[in-house]
Ligand binder design. Structure first.
Ligand code: MSP
Length: 469
């Protein structure tokens, strides 16, 4: 039965061009969206850009542009990157669009009507990098440990939301699994955070002009996280989201603040939040100052988008922290793709062309490998991309072994035609199965394979499946 599947990525800050970290969440979401479409589900895949707030205003100023000009440029860069990476989003929302501003304004009005907001004063520290208030106790040597910047001291009038009232409700729904947080470690993190007691939060900023005005108090703009979270409501007919895919750094916003805000206005909650880990690049934190920021477009141009998509999901178990290593990318490209899948395809088709020229591929189904591939699909339910790919690559190893042990060229020489045809038929079935299973991960490779496998009579491919530029 077809069901609805609404999946989101976080919307990305437009303070800098997309990097491999933003590509990570987006590629993972794309694989899930494509997989659900393949199953026949009614999929809505939403991504976009987070364009308001002090951080963007500062980046624009540093670039000598207006905030809108700057946001326009970077939003374009994101769209371009997602095109290069074959991201099949259904909608791309920008928080500076009118349709988004309308949703935010409506949301804020409902919040006001709920009676859960009040005017107050805040005195404390604000980290622009996080776009969040930060505690003195979070600082290391007086600076934010993530951004290495000194937080701003602020004393300001804000509109507050009574987040402190929602701890029990959130906890109950997490424990009853009505609201699912995965993996387990993140769920525990959220629960223990709730146990420490929730404080009310400011939902407006008086001194940030680059934002959406508070509808009843034009001297303030909507706090950028509240503004951003509302993007998920833009696809109202698909709400509630079935899955918010996020990085582990933003779970409090998605697992505590967001459900509480929704509860206050009587809206449904998302069903699940899955938080992936963070990765370093060649063992170091990725940062502009270290000059090791990986540009996903560059990697895709050198190796092909599918290679990046494969590597990033195969090498790091989704949910764990990991490392993006250029060396391992190259190794996997050579071993798993060029010499693994690429070689199997060219060897198999070569042998069929040579030993069985009138081979009829029109009625062949991937039955022999069905079981192995069913498992590869089942683990996608748990977002275990690495396991899924490993299972598919088990079929490649199985097919390689079949070639090595049966030696079709010797069967041909000896005239054992029955066994020869059996082996070549099984190899062809394996290719069909692999081609189907890699579809969500490697859409371009799937297309190339589909074309190759549909040709009759079969011909050895003219070009390798994976070629490095
Ligand atoms: N704008 C907010 C999200 C608002 S959603 C209502 C934001 N944007 S972000 O651009 O900073 O980050 C977006 C995503 O990129 C997060 O899921 C984050 O975890 C991910 N990553 C950024 N750097 C990363 C790594 N180095 N490694 C893995 N993911 C990383 O937060």
């Amino acid at each position: 039965m077809s069901s609805k599947f609404y999946i989101t990525t976080p919307i990305y800050y437009v303070n800098a061009k997309p990097h491999i970290g933003s590509a990570y969440t987006t590629i993972a979401a794309d694989v899930l969206a494509r997989w659900h479409r393949q199953k026949g589900d009614d999929v809505w895949f939403l991504t976009g850009t987070d364009e308001h707030g002090a951080k963007i205003a500062a980046a624009a100023e540093a670039a000598g542009k207006t905030a809108q000009e700057f946001a326009d440029e970077i939003a374009k860069d994101f769209k371009q990157a997602w095109d290069v990476l074959n991201i099949s989003y259904n909608d791309f929302i920008r928080t500076t669009e009118d349709r988004h501003k309308k949703v935010v304004t409506r949301f804020l009005n409902k919040l006001k009507d709920s009676g859960k907001i009040y005017e107050g004063e805040y005195e404390g520290l604000y980290c622009v990098g996080h776009e969040a208030f930060i505690k003195e106790s979070d600082l290391v040597d007086g600076v934010c440990p993530d951004h290495k910047t000194k937080p701003e001291k602020v004393k300001e009038k804000n509109w507050f939301f009574k987040l402190s009232e929602y701890g029990n409700e959130i906890k109950n729904r997490i424990e009853s699994k009505e609201f699912v947080i995965e993996p387990e470690s993140r769920r525990n993190e959220v629960l223990s955070f709730i146990d420490q007691g929730l404080e009310d939060i400011a939902i407006s900023r008086p001194n940030v002009t680059w934002g959406i005005p508070i509808p009843w108090d034009k001297s303030q703009t909507v706090y950028v996280w509240v503004d951003a979270l509302c993007n998920y409501l833009s696809a109202s007919t698909y709400w509630p989201a079935d899955l918010h895919l996020v990085g582990k750094d933003i779970i409090k916003f998605h697992c505590i603040i967001w459900p509480a805000l929704l509860e206050a206005i009587g809206e449904k909650w998302p069903r699940k939040v899955f938080a992936h880990g963070y990765f370093t690049v060649d063992g170091k934190k990725m940062s502009k100052s270290l000059g090791n920021v990986v540009d996903p477009i560059q990697v895709a141009e050198e190796y092909g988008a599918d290679v990046l998509r494969y590597f990033i999901l195969r090498d790091i178990p989704f949910g764990n922290d990991g490392d993006f290593s250029h060396e391992r990318l190259k190794n996997r490209y050579n071993a798993d793709l060029a010499n693994g899948l690429g070689n199997l395809v060219s060897r198999t088709l070569n042998m069929i062309e040579k030993f069985w020229p009138d081979f009829d591929n029109s009625h062949i189904k991937p039955t022999a490998v069905d079981n192995m591939l069913t498992h590869a699909e089942a683990v996608l339910e748990k977002n275990a991309f690495d396991v899924s790919l490993a299972k598919i690559w088990d079929v490649i190893a199985w097919a390689d072994l079949l070639i090595e042990s049966s030696k079709p060229w010797e069967l041909a020489r000896k005239g054992d035609i029955d066994r020869l045809k059996e082996v070549l038929g099984q190899l062809f079935e394996a290719l069909l199965g692999i081609s189907k299973s890699i579809t969500p991960f490697m859409p371009e490779t799937h297309e190339k394979l589909t074309k190759l496998l549909a040709v009759r009579p079969l011909k050895k491919p003219n070009e390798p499946l994976f070629a490095r530029k």
